[in-house]
Design a protein around this ligand. Structure first.
Ligand code: MGD
Ligand code: MGD
Ligand code: SF4
Ligand code: MO
Length: 728
């Protein structure tokens, strides 16, 4: 039944399909129901960044939507989440008023004045007693970047704290770090057109059909009869639809990618011109000597012949090869080096800066790319660094904020913030548009940590998320559709979203909440220019001058819409003309030398391997195209709810199921060293023997996962831990 469900709902629905006359049996639409007008908005779920056309009634309220036909991203398509994007707005679970925990421990509705007083009194009190390192924020990749920047600037430059990180750490930190180290700036080089212009498309740890269905449609539009290779331990929907599935062992990627480079160098299938634009080639060649196909065969689970053949395919002279990766790479204890191993392959074979090529990280959340440039967490707002004095001076001048307010210290990373909370060093936490009590790795630790925290504020559109339930103060926020701003998609395209609904009750946009907080904290004179999202956009735009992400040529929201979205860079000095652009066509990178760096290190051991007590390797990830993360939104749509299994299920190989005498739908207990959960059995050869797969959308899943991190990016290793299975 499950596979049938998955099959039904992986593909996109097109406007034509759904708007076919009489499709809903309505016949002719009565005149009075014809919407008064339409506006466009970028979808608020994934980083594909599809544009939707919202149909408004005569009061300007969105009553329906269709995908936008001419937009260069989605070309008239949307996936089920996009089609149902308005549904969650009407949910009875919406947070409609601030809620404050009283002395009896109950959360009671309060007005904004009382909420602000509690926020300021409690956090100021903690700061006075314990200093500027005692409160942290955890934010998101899912609100407009004007709001993210406001939060980051308010917290660090206005309220005077240091530590803040975003849930992009769970998601994109590896790609961001890999690009920064290799190219000198966090710069995914591609445009979606490259999917259509490639001869060999290699998807590594990416289930595109489920996670980015519209990008899969872009692959399907490729007229070059491409080879589509999926490197994934699971036979995912994408692997099944590809021309080749490379069924490697979990975390065999780094060894495999080095072996591919070994063969390519050995056989002289390199590109001398491209290598001249790199640093470290000789050391890389020496390093690769140890990575012959035979040497990595065990580690990867692949035969020498398979590896040799793959090396030939990804280095065929005259062919355009593109590398694409997502969470199967990023969420690993050695994700940065694995990402860089793909960057290295692209560089040594000359597959960069040309149509249909690239080492391309596909982002996750609608505004993960906005978070990377503007959240003021790991990097300073506008693509700057806290550590550089000239960057601090530029940001201080640009924002009209005293230089002494700009810290030079970098923030603790997400896991370090939570560890500091466990140790009692961080006493206050402000969680904005993320739900870590469900989504963070080894989440049982958060429940314990909660007891140590003096004050938790959760700012969310719902009061029922796992994190909101744990909060002392809930700040009700407007959602996508109820506010303005911009997102940046995976191919660096900036697009606008629009307010087409009123927020329920007294909920306010995150932007307005930050303005209230600035006033209540007493630092609003620093943020006088942040009057509305578009004013903030202009401030931020001007900050990007002379950075690789320079967007000074963009006048404002109207111009972005007129252009069909705009990829960065878009400098005023030299505004680009093409609608779809890739980086590095001139072979110049953003490093001081202008050359890209070839970076590598030996593969490390799995942080938690299987053993006799915990004999299965647990993989986690996305379940269906209709489920989103912790399900706060997708569970609120009657239509989406019908498209996916309601209760947790675990995928197990038929041989393992037979050995354990398990039948389809049997209930099992899945146990790791950290926690356990119940799930029903789904028997399928999609996983290899000895491996199991759990979709991340069920709250118990992260009770099992193992707290281990990439040393360079500090991204969690969500996709490999040891578990045991027993019939319940
Ligand atoms: N429907 C839907 N779409 C989404 C989301 C959602 O929640 N629902 N979330 C969005 C977000 S934020 C993100 S980050 C993206 C994620 O998009 P993806 O990364 O494509 O999704 P995942 O299922 O997390 O992981 C991808 C694959 O990695 C594989 N994998 C696991 N371990 C390894 C390994 O060691 N090596 C390799 N090569 N592969 C491995 C898994 O089997 C899985 O098939 O999706 C975005 N799109
Ligand atoms: N085991 C396992 N765990 C994983 C992963 C995995 O593959 N396996 N993937 C990881 C990845 S890649 C990601 S990105 C994370 C996602 O993890 P989370 O970010 O925790 O997941 P979401 O459910 O998207 O949470 C977003 C929250 O913001 C709220 N919200 C939505 N819009 C707004 C708004 O405009 N304003 C405010 N204030 N709130 C809003 C939603 O109601 C929701 O509570 O999960 C990670 N966790
Ligand atoms: S593919 Fe992503 S951006 Fe496009 S409609 Fe679906 S969720 Fe929205
Ligand atoms: Mo993500």
């Amino acid at each position: 039944m499950l596979s049938k469900l998955l099959k039904q709902h992986t593909g996109p629905l097109t406007a034509d399909l759904v708007l076919e006359p009489g499709h809903f049996g309505l016949g002719k639409v009565p005149k009075r129901l014809i919407p008064a007008s339409t506006v466009t908005s970028i979808c608020g779920y994934c980083a594909t960044g599809c544009q939707l056309k919202l149909h408004l009634d005569e009061h300007g309220r969105a009553i329906n939507l269709t995908p936008q036909a001419g937009y260069p991203v989605n070309l008239g398509m949307a996936c089920p989440k996009g089609w149902q994007a308005l549904d969650p707005l009407d949910s009875p679970d919406r947070a409609t008023t601030p809620l404050l925990r009283n002395e009896a421990g109950e959360k009671v509705p309060v007005g904004w004045a009382e909420a602000m007083e509690a926020f300021v009194t409690r956090f100021k009190d903690i700061k006075e007693k314990h200093g500027r390192e005692s409160v942290a924020f955890l934010s998101t990749g899912q609100i407009p970047f004007e709001e993210m920047a406001f939060l980051g600037c308010l917290f660090k430059f206005g309220m005077g704290f240091i530590h803040g990180d975003a849930n992009t750490r769970q998601c994109m930190a590896t790609a961001a770090t890999a690009y920064k180290q290799s190219f000198g700036f966090d710069a995914p080089p591609y445009s979606y057109a490259d999917f259509e212009e490639s001869d060999v498309i290699v998807l590594v740890g990416s289930n595109l059909c489920i996670a980015h269905p519209i990008l899969w449609q872009r692959v399907m539009r490729n007229q070059r009869n491409p080879k589509i290779i999926v490197i994934d331990p699971r036979a995912t929907e994408t692997a099944q639809a590809a021309t080749q599935h490379v069924n490697l062992k979990p975390k065999g990627d780094l060894a495999l990618l080095y072996a591919l480079a070994h063969c390519i160098v050995r056989d002289g299938r390199t590109d001398a011109e491209s290598i001249r634009r790199t640093e470290g080639y000789d050391d890389f060649v020496a390093f690769l000597l140890d990575y012959s196909p035979a040497a990595v065969s065990d580690r990867t689970g692949l035969s020498v012949e398979e590896i040799e053949a793959l090396a030939r395919t990804v280095s065929e002279p005259g062919k355009r090869v593109s590398w694409w990766w997502t969470m199967g790479v990023n969420q690993s204890y050695e994700g940065v080096r694995a990402a860089q191993a793909m960057i290295n392959l692209a560089l040594i074979t000359g597959n960069i800066g040309k149509p249909g090529t690239g080492a391309n990280s596909i982002t996750g959340q609608c505004n993960a790319m906005g978070s990377r440039l503007f959240s003021n967490t790991t990097s300073m707002v506008g693509g700057h660094e806290f550590a550089y004095e000239d960057h601090r001076e530029k940001v201080a001048t640009g924002l009209g904020i005293p230089l002494e307010n700009i810290p030079s210290d970098s923030s603790l990373a997400y896991d370090q913030i939570l560890a500091a909370a466990e140790e009692g060093k961080i006493k206050g936490l402000w969680i904005v548009a993320t739900n870590p009590f469900h989504s963070w790795i080894d989440s049982g630790r958060l429940a314990a940590m909660r007891e140590k925290l003096e004050f938790i504020v959760v700012q969310d559109m719902f009061h029922t998320t796992e994190s909101a339930l744990a909060a002392d103060l809930v700040l009700p926020s407007a959602a996508w559709g109820e506010k303005d701003g911009c997102f940046i998609n995976s191919e660096r395209r900036i697009g606008t979203l629009k307010k087409v609904r009123e927020a329920p009750g007294v909920a306010l946009s995150d932007f307005r909440i930050f303005r209230l907080i600035a006033r209540a904290w007493g630092c609003d004179e620093l943020f006088g220019q942040w009057t509305d999202p578009e004013a903030a956009f202009r401030l931020l735009r001007d900050l990007t001058k002379d950075r690789p992400c320079d967007i000074t040529g963009l006048e404002g929201y109207e111009m972005i819409d007129r252009l069909g979205g705009a990829q960065w860079p878009y400098p005023a000095a030299n505004p680009p003309v093409d609608q779809e652009r890739r980086l590095f066509e001139d072979g110049n990178y953003y490093t001081p030398s202008g050359k890209a760096k070839l970076l590598f290190s030996p593969p490390a051991e799995l942080p938690e391997n299987t053993d006799s007590a915990y004999p299965f390797m647990l993989l986690t990830g996305r379940g269906t195209s209709s489920q989103w993360h912790t399900q706060s939104r997708t569970a609120k749509s009657d239509i989406l709810r019908k498209l996916y299994p309601q209760d947790a299920y675990i995928e197990i190989h038929p041989a393992d199921a037979a050995r354990l005498r398990l039948k389809e739908n049997d209930m099992v207990t899945v146990r790791s060293r950290r926690g356990e959960m119940q799930a029903s059995v789904y028997i399928a050869p999609t996983v290899q023997p000895g491996q199991l797969f759990l979709p991340m959308h069920y709250p118990e899943v992260n009770r099992l996962t193992h707290s281990s991190f990439d040393p360079h990016s500090r991204q969690p290793n969500y996709k490999a831990c040891a578990v045991a299975l027993a019939k319940s």
